[in-house]
Write a protein that binds this ligand. Sequence first.
Ligand code: DX5
Ligand code: ZN
Length: 230
Amino acid sequence: MAKSNYRIAPSILSANFARLGEEVDNVLAAGADIVHFDVMDNHYVPNLTIGPLVCEALRKHGVTAPIDVHLMVKPVDRIVPDFAKAGATYITFHPEASEHIDRTIALIKENGCKAGLVFNPATPLDVLEYTLDKLDMVLLMSVNPGFGGQKFIPYVLDKARKVRQMIDARGLQVALEIDGGVGPANIAEVARAGVDTFVAGSAVFGKRNDADPNRYDSIIGQLRAELAKV
Ligand code: DX5
Ligand code: ZN
């Protein structure tokens, strides 16, 4: 994995929602690559967050960076076209939340978005056998989904190595993303396991210093410096 291909994806779950547009502008200006957008429905996960209207509002605000919509919702299909229209770049979903995984992947692509599957820490990877070549991204949860600020679950590193091996063995260009408990202390170790796209919520937005107009430069810089050691 070439170092320049590492991508940092701040999760706006930990941003200040009262001034979300500005928060997103600031992390992108600080060098973040992707906006990670957590959608929770109080059904698939015990929390409720944001939907297509907020995604559309970010596009109208002028955000041009990729928006990585992580659907923690059940059912999945109904909401896919809405997010596509709202400007999503990636749409990822949890396989156990869809009755027909192949159909949902096709639906995401037909709507012009990149498709990804998300695996909870204890969810096996078996569905990748028949889906990996159709995917643009595999997202490994390194916490149980629903909340920011949880502790990284180390056995997911093993899973990351397995997925990296599958991607490389098939000569595919699928992004391998990790989500949960990632920060400067462990990002290098996660990269060594084969991950190329790093979600970080509380590690980034928790470093807010309202007195400093460039408040995310230092944390994004720290994450990049750690990645440069890999
Ligand atoms: C959890 C979400 C994550 C969350 C990560 O269900 O999918 O994207 O924001 O937060 P941190 O980085 O604080 O663990
Ligand atoms: Zn997420």
